[in-house]
Ligand binder design. Structure first.
Ligand SMILES: [Fe+2]
Length: 277
């Protein structure tokens, strides 16, 4: 396999592998090594159906199933989600999505998310990644002092002042908000990272939601500086895989009249390291 860094700070392009075939231990370990070191890996020119994507993900960790059951398809593998705006899409993707880390509002969030572009828009729809580990490393001392050692409350509905989704009472019972440290150590690498999910963090360690919003704005200004951001423009066949302990991501808007079809899978950490601290 050939691994080529995409920015000076993070992101790697990996070529020379056919992800539709079993990897073998040596390739799997090398792939994981590059991915964790660079936090986001892009595998161009892949052709995976639902089964093949699930098989690839399963070689990297226990398969993830989304807790928001309303987003799951009615048929097919429950581990594969469709991000589609094609006619008949179960939960159509219609617009942009703000910065977040996947399922940070659950006790055991997904570790790796894998997205495969099968139909991509000519315009817009880019996925942007922000390097939360790099941002922690470069963080000025005064900002660091405001977040070091604190925890945050992560909720599926996000800040009450601007909820992204509204859950039913039953869903609220099923997915109650959870607490995670705002700075965590990577489960395999000896480095820390912010665990930021602006779409989900409701409050930071005892602050009011208004005070949290002020701190969040200061954190975002630092984390989303160009040096910490990689923007992925999709090409058909791309597989993009990211480490939710080390980056956050968002989707840029795209024209409603352009078709888009991505499939997605995810995998957890092994049980003995399930929740980074
Ligand atoms: Fe996401």
């Amino acid at each position: 396999m050939r691994a080529t860094p995409m920015t000076p700070e993070f992101g790697v392009r990996i070529e020379g592998l056919d992800l539709s075939r079993p990897l073998g231990d040596a390739d799997r370990d090398e792939l994981k090594h590059h991915w964790m070191r660079h936090k986001v890996a892009v595998f161009p020119g892949q052709d995976l159906d639902d089964e093949a994507l699930a098989s690839f993900a399963e070689q990297l960790g226990p398969l993830f199933v989304h807790v928001q059951k309303q987003l799951l398809r009615k048929t097919g593998r429950k581990e594969i989600m469709e991000l589609s705006n094609l006619p008949g899409a179960h939960a159509p993707v219609t617009s942009d999505l703000d910065w977040h880390t996947d399922q940070s509002y659950t006790p055991k969030p997904v570790f790796g998310t894998i997205l495969h572009g099968q139909i991509v828009t000519a315009d817009g729809g880019e996925t942007c990644f922000a390097d939360l580990a790099g941002a922690w490393e470069s963080m000025p001392d005064d900002l660091r002092a405001r977040v070091d050692g604190v925890t945050a409350l992560y909720a599926a509905e996000g800040p009450r002042v601007r909820p992204r989704i509204v859950l039913t009472d039953q869903q609220r019972k099923e997915i109650p908000p959870v607490t995670h440290p705002l700075i965590r150590t990577h489960p395999y690498l000896d480095r820390k990272s912010l665990y930021l999910s602006p779409m989900h963090i409701r409050t930071i360690d005892g602050m009011s939601e208004e005070e949290t919003a002020v701190l969040m704005a200061d954190l975002l200004a630092h984390v989303t500086q160009p040096a910490h951001v990689y923007t992925h423009k999709w090409t058909v066949g791309d597989v993009v895989m990211w480490d939710n302990t080390s980056v956050m991501h968002r989707r840029l808007p795209f024209p409603k009249d352009q078709p888009r079809y991505h499939i997605r899978a995810g995998f957890h950490l092994p049980e003995d390291r399930a929740v980074p601290v």
